[in-house]
Ligand binder design. Structure first.
Ligand SMILES: Nc1ncnc2c1ncn2[C@@H]1O[C@H](COP(=O)(O)OP(=O)(O)O)[C@@H](O)[C@H]1O
Ligand SMILES: [Mg+2]
Length: 510
């Protein structure tokens, strides 16, 4: 398919786009072919969204040319791009929440009847919408329901259906899976395969590099507005992509460990809750990053939530500096100095209507609100500023947290809890869904906290991350601890074997 190099359908030649103070695209050339998924990867701010903006006609390039089917074209408006068959599925879904599914699908090309053709033809609109949804295998999405009430996955389907109703040949998807749960994401990938088989050209932007490997035919890597390389996917394994994205070798990607483990801070003994976990014992020292490895469903999150007082336990003791702790709620744990940062960022209650600085100060309010009003305000601002700069939060920190990108929101969540100066921090999959640059910053923060004497539990499904960041790794499988490795024993195969241990045992028994 890609081996005989078909002619490009869309071609960008040396496209440049400046913003005040930054060159978002610097003479970028790239081509899209029909029947092909072309992935675009790069750190936050590399220029990916700007590139899709140029192609959808939403942004005007300062220099360069775009060709469609061999002809030089002017993409000076979204309507012009649509006419050429180019449609973007946006990062912030472009759904009209108060309109119905049907109206959303025909949006911008509503079929009309009546004198002067000003009345929407409901019948035509519905039949167009029905056809588009059916071709996506999504006939179960009700035409008449209000689009704003649909799940994210279904809103996305409506957007894709709109593209098909427009007879799009080129579909640009900017991080379409970043806000989808796993099962919906794999359905979307399946759908993308069908679109490819249907001879669409697809530009696919994602931070999830496993997805890119799974779905793309070719990949283009951009860094700081420049195109670094376009490669057939077979020549771009994940670590190669990361190297190209960050511009340094993978060895330098992980910041060095900076702390030495001291005294035991947190100790868990014989903790169980049927059927999730059984007889789990572990301890974490001051200055130590303890990695917690395992497959999804191994019980790592469940154990940690019990430690954080978010869920009950049937048996087992928790000790903090030797004193027994029996947290009945998260506030008990927080008061004792144990903070749990869950994987699901929406659950952590960033208050979207509040500013970044206010969000960071929230859990520390009790401490900050002593004294006069003015002083209070200054303290809130200081605390927020201090952590934003330590964590490299990018964006307007006086403004609403809703305006930050996903990676930066993740940093605000961390800042918010870290600002309470806890003794134990449990990071549950802190790097999921954020780009490589933000990942490195999260690791830096963990090292800094450890160097400051905190005890850290780092739950991750990425074994290389654990091996390069943690001082020690405990592996869980089906609710039990199955192995423990000191730093000099770290070995990917051994960790994987332990992660599968319970499953292998079970097979042997049956
Ligand atoms: N509307 C804008 N005004 C000013 N700068 C912008 C604007 N949009 C994007 N940028 C800047 O352009 C660069 C590329 O951004 P973007 O294309 O959004 O990157 P990506 O999608 O790869 O994260 C970044 O430095 C970003 O800050
Ligand atoms: Mg973007």
């Amino acid at each position: 398919m890609t081996s005989d190099d078909p002619a490009p359908f869309v071609e960008l030649r040396e496209v440049t786009k400046h913003y005040p103070g930054v060159t978002a695209l610097d003479a970028v050339s790239l081509d899209l072919r029909l029947g092909e998924v072309h992935a675009l990867v790069g750190e936050n701010g590399a220029g990916k969204t700007t590139l899709t903006g140029v192609l959808t006609g939403a942004l005007h390039a300062d220099a360069g040319e775009v060709f469609v089917a061999g002809k030089s074209v002017k993409l000076d408006s979204p309507a012009a791009a649509r006419k050429l068959g180019i449609v973007g599925i946006s990062q912030e879904l472009a759904i009209e929440p108060y309109l119905t599914v049907s109206d959303n699908i025909v949006l911008g090309q509503e079929p009309t009847v009546g004198p002067g053709h000003q009345v929407l033809s409901r019948r035509l609109a519905d039949s167009t919408a029905t056809r588009a949804l059916a071709s996506l295998g999504a006939s179960d999405v009700p035409l008449g329901s209000t689009a704003g009430r649909l799940s994210t996955a279904r809103k996305q389907l409506v957007e894709i259906a709109r593209a098909l109703a427009l007879d799009a040949r080129v579909i640009l998807m900017d991080e379409p899976t970043s806000s989808l749960p796993g099962s919906d994401a794999s359905k979307l990938l399946e759908l993308i395969r069908e679109l490819r088989a249907d001879a669409k050209a697809i530009l696919f932007i994602s931070h999830r590099l496993e997805e890119v490997i799974e779905i793309a035919d070719r990949v283009t890597v951009v860094r700081s507005g420049r195109k670094i390389a376009t490669l057939p996917i077979e020549e771009a394994p994940i670590d190669r992509m990361i190297e190209l994205m960050v511009g340094r070798s993978i060895k330098d990607f992980f910041p060095p460990r900076r702390s030495l483990p001291g005294d035991v801070v947190l100790e868990i003994e014989g903790m169980s809750r049927d059927p999730e976990f059984h007889d789990v014992s572990l301890s974490v020292r001051s200055g130590e990053i303890l990695g917690l490895a395992g497959l999804v469903g191994a019980g790592r999150t469940e154990v940690m939530r019990a430690v954080a007082g978010a869920d009950p336990r049937d048996a087992g003791t928790i000790r903090l500096h030797g004193d027994e702790l029996d947290p009945a709620s998260p506030s008990d744990s927080i008061a004792a100095g144990i903070v749990y940062l869950p994987e699901d960022r929406t659950e952590q209650g960033l208050v979207l209507t509040m500013s970044v600085l206010e969000n960071i100060a929230l859990p520390s309010m009790a401490r900050l609100t002593q004294g006069w009003g003015l002083l209070r305000r200054a303290r809130v601002q200081d605390l927020g500023r201090q952590w934003c700069s330590k964590l490299g939060v990018r964006g307007r920190i006086e403004g609403s947290v809703a305006n930050l990108s996903g990676g930066n929101r993740q940093k605000v969540v961390i800042a918010k809890w870290v600002a309470t100066t806890p003794q134990v921090l449990i990071f549950d999959e802190p790097t999921r869904g954020i780009d490589v640059g933000a990942k490195r910053e999260v690791f830096e923060v963990m090292h800094e906290l450890a160097a400051g004497g905190a005890a850290i539990v780092f739950v991750s499904s990425e074994i290389p991350e654990l091996m390069n960041v943690a001082h020690r790794i405990i592996v869980m499988s089906a609710g039990r601890v199955t192995d423990e490795l000191q730093e000099h024993e770290f070995d990917e195969e051994r960790i994987l074997t332990a992660a599968f241990a319970a499953h292998v045992e079970r097979k042997a028994l049956t």
